[in-house]
Ligand binder design. Structure first.
Ligand code: SF4
Length: 615
């Protein structure tokens, strides 16, 4: 009989519980946890005893444990002790790897494939595996995110908290753990080595504290580079290609402050790195001939050294702003303090994908309902580096949709609405009126997709009272609970109108009558303020191409098709798509949008004509 297909769902390492870190947490709880934290901790222990695969998503999803708490338990490559770990045989990461090696089909996310393709010892994807990317229209964004480098208060905070946190009896972290192991007799009582190690721990703890303060000064200095409105700001210090010998312009006062704080941070970081090396050497020397009771701690210190070295390298790379293949920018950091973070993202991900993926795998399949624009793959091919693949290896095909869009769906454009970019007419007021009309006529069952949270909020404020007066409830992203909760409520099919931005344009799967109308508030052009997009546009212009035609327009077309696709999820579904942006009729480029949609556009010249189609 034919053998059953073996499948494995594999996630990135950070998604799995690290048993050693759990053991460390248990070890520390007597010192660390407040009363309310104990309840959470008990929940984690119950989950850890039951879980078959150690997937932390089932911890945060099933028990409501805060994701930041779960992150403290996740496996990290730089801190994994591998075979030296006493939990190695029961390790969930190892088990996932074994499952992957036995499987015929591995299901993973995009980020895992990128991690594996860059890794010298991949965890889950055998070198010979063929790769199929579903939802491949997201590949450029996923790869950009993956290959981006960031130096931020949250990254530094995570690092320093792992080393040392809390005070007095509630002191915890790696350095405190080593200290307690010593006090517990890990190296025998007394001895010059033990005193030297304790001194090295104190020094490292002081350096970690100074690093935290230097980091705060640096992130505060970065914040001073932002304009008054706080928008993300690009920077670059690459020599002018037209005159590479020209001296660089004199730095502004704000940049001088950044350089000073950066130098202090780097110096403290180097001192801390030297402290780690010293500590590792001291522990190594003292273990001569003894049972190595500090092997795991030593591996943790090596991991911390690796994280620190990586962070210092990233900081220098980002703030140098020199690499012509990257875009660099500063943006506000999350949190109440006025701090900023610095980023670098690759201008193109195609060459990386070509080198590490297309050239190393026998076949790579990219599929999605939205890869082509006007029946052509030129746009996605260029963005994903498929133009770098030997032409004989490349095949494209457009499979017919299982849905009969012409029969199942009507596509309306209310031509009487103002142009959304017209400053003299209130587009939002008229859009809110249209939302009320549609919501009332269809008894809710409407999803409105926005390109900006600001417009969404205004619309909710204007349309909410009138809709609620008729018993229809608004579900507003950011106000009515998590995305998951909003979708679960909407799916119940009661009288709801859902208002969502970016994350609702795709991945929303509502089958049946609960969703009868999708309203697209504006054609989904990406914000020109986005640093990566603006840099990519500039690069195209420098190459003599039209950034609008080569990037902004096709990206918006694919996004619109994603939004459109929310309506029909089954052969039995019926409904309306309303594109509330007259530019699809009035602008030259409107034809490209219209030709990319699977239903013909019905142009409604006035409200009466529109409502007769809705009813
Ligand atoms: S082998 Fe690595 S991931 Fe697994 S429990 Fe040990 S330290 Fe954690």
């Amino acid at each position: 009989p034919p053998r059953r297909l073996r499948t494995a769902l594999i996630k990135g390492r950070a998604n799995y519980l690290c048993l050693r870190r759990l053991a460390q947490l248990i070890d520390q709880t007597q010192y660390d946890l407040l009363r309310q934290e104990l309840r959470v901790f008990a929940g984690i222990l119950c989950w850890a005893a039951r879980t078959a695969d150690g997937d932390l998503d089932t911890l945060t999803g099933g028990t409501g444990v805060d994701p930041s708490m779960a992150a403290q338990l996740s496996s990290r490559a730089e801190e994994c002790a591998g075979h030296a770990c006493s939990f190695h045989r029961r390790c969930f990461v190892q088990k996932a790897r074994e499952r992957a090696l036995r499987a015929d089909l591995i299901v993973a996310n995009h980020a895992l494939v990128f991690t594996e393709m860059a890794a010298t010892s991949p965890i889950a994807l055998p070198r010979h595996a063929q790769v199929v990317f579903d939802e491949a229209h997201n590949l450029e964004e996923a790869a950009t995110r993956f290959f981006s480098v960031e130096v931020s208060p949250s990254r530094l905070g995570t690092f320093t908290r792992r080393l040392a946190a809390g005070h007095g009896k509630r002191r915890r972290g790696l350095l405190e753990r080593v200290r307690r192991r010593l006090a517990g007799g890990a190296l025998g009582a007394g001895g010059p080595h033990r005193a030297a190690i304790e001194e090295a721990i104190d020094e490292a703890a002081r350096a970690a504290d100074t690093l935290r303060k230097d980091g705060t000064a640096l992130f505060r200095a970065l914040q001073c580079l932002l304009p008054a409105g706080g928008e993300a700001t690009r920077f670059a210090f690459a020599p002018d290609p037209a005159d590479p010998q020209a001296p660089p312009p004199a730095p502004t006062a704000a940049w001088r402050a950044v350089r000073e704080t950066q130098a202090a941070f780097r110096e403290t970081g180097a001192a801390l790195a030297a402290g780690f090396r010293h500590l590792i050497d001291l522990i190594g020397e003292s273990q001569d001939g003894e049972l190595n009771l500090l092997a795991e701690e030593t591996s943790d210190i090596s991991g911390a050294l690796q994280s620190l070295t990586q962070m210092l390298g990233d900081l220098d790379f980002v703030l140098a702003g020199q690499d012509a293949g990257h875009v660099f920018w500063v943006q506000r950091a999350h949190g109440p303090e006025p701090l900023a973070e610095a980023w670098a993202a690759p201008l193109q991900v195609g060459p990386q994908l070509a080198r590490h993926l297309y050239e190393t795998r026998r076949s790579v399949i990219l599929c999605s309902a939205t890869l082509s624009v006007g029946g052509q793959f030129a746009y996605i091919g260029e963005r994903l580096g498929l133009n770098l693949v030997e032409p004989a290896r490349l095949r494209t095909c457009i499979a017919p949709s299982p849905f009969d869009y012409v029969r199942q769906c009507r596509l309306l454009v209310p031509a009487y609405l103002p142009d959304p970019t017209d400053p003299d007419r209130s587009y939002v007021t008229e859009l809110a009126a249209l939302l009320c009309q549609v919501g009332t006529a269809l008894d809710g069952r409407t999803l409105a997709l926005f390109t900006s949270y600001d417009m969404l909020r205004q619309c909710a404020r204007l349309a909410g009272p009138a809709l609620e007066a008729t018993g229809i409830r608004l579900l507003v992203q950011g106000e009515s609970g998590s995305r998951d909760l909003i979708l679960r409520t909407f799916r119940k099919g009661e009288r709801h109108v859902l208002l969502g931005t970016h994350s609702f344009w795709e991945g929303v799967d509502v089958v049946g009558d609960a969703l009868s109308c999708v309203i697209v508030a504006r054609l989904p052009f990406a914000s020109p303020g986005d640093p990566v997009l603006s840099a990519r546009c500039e690069q195209l212009e420098q190459e003599g191409k039209s950034a609008f035609r080569a990037l902004a327009l096709p990206a918006a077309v694919l996004r619109l098709r994603q939004g459109f696709g929310r309506l029909i999820r089954h052969r039995g579904d019926r409904g309306l798509v309303v594109i509330a942006d007259t530019r699809i009729l009035s602008k030259n480029y409107g034809g490209i949008f219209r030709r990319s949609l699977p239903s013909p556009v019905l142009d409604c010249p006035d409200t009466a004509a529109f409502l007769s189609q809705v009813a």
